[in-house]
Design a binder for this molecule. Sequence first.
Ligand code: SF4
Length: 389
Amino acid sequence: MSRIILNSELLNKVFDGKEISREDAYEIYLEAQRNPHDLHHTAQILRNKNKGKLATYSRKVFFNLINLCRDTCSYCTYKVEPGDSKISMMGKSEIAKLIEIGKKFKCTEALFVTGERPEQRYGIATDWLKANGYSSTAEYLIYASETALKEGLFPHTNAGNLTKAEMAGLKKSNASIGLMLENSSPRLSQKGMPHEFAPSKNPRARIRTLENAGSLSIPTTTGLLIGIGESPYESIDSLFEIKSIHQRYHNIQEIIVQNFQPKPGTPMSGAPQPDEKYFKNVVSLARLIMPEMNIQIPPNLSPHSYAGFLNSGINDWGGISPITPDYVNPEFPWPSIDTVERNCNMAGFELRARFPTYPEFFPMVDTDVRSKMLEIADSERLVSEDYQK
Ligand code: SF4
């Protein structure tokens, strides 16, 4: 890597290929308060070295399977209560119909999202699952995933904390699994904090799920939610927690760095959005702490900053759907894939479609899922351009 002149000894250490410690990261963060340029520049060079000038995304269909949830987070509008007009409990025929539409639009990812174990809180969910022949949301997720895979979509399940046995069942049909750590600080679960009424967001529970996914060799997407009351040091600690899981299990394929958006009608409706400088500095620190990691920000939540985030060290835009809304953030429509591509090109990047599994994680995927992906993959294990025509 060509050496640049940086004022910071620590950033020069990164250029010499040395790992930075947690204390180093704190110091770099503090220095970036005064001069963010060197941090972003270092992150860019590390991204270029490890990922080149390629930005990826996953063309997806969002299956809003069951949006009831046993937990309550202070910022969430995804979860609804029984009787709400936005309730979603997708039956088998609805799933089949959406799979068909997804195929027509050349999507490759079937994103299956549910709240946390709805059946533990709501009789309506238990009864509905039972009427369909299932005793848990996880069982229904396995059915939905197997159906999507059979039809040529590649499932990525995001259903909160799953047990090891549930994940082992999903591994047979899923290309990857997602679980946001959000933050590793137990402080955010204390009284008056956003996870006070969400035991599933207890960092120990989340870390255990990520470790279990690792012990099952499942490519795993996780990430941080920025701006929910954490300190910058807690965000840095969270990145080191994810790094530690990955060093032990080698399963973390991607880190999403997501900015909190206040929503009307939630207890956090009056909370400010995170400062963009802080957000970008965390993105760059993620690259410095894990230079080879895939780092994503969702483009619908920061639609005016394509070049700014590419210049902070990201290499991916996550799942983008040409047909379904982002049910977690429905107020923020996804940009068109053409818009993302145009902005990437203007910033000097090529945009390519990937599978829910990143190319380097293909060997971890179940044989059946992998062979189906390889049927429409190119030599770099990205979605072949022929398939998308
Ligand atoms: S666990 Fe997820 S779905 Fe449930 S309230 Fe929290 S953010 Fe919403």
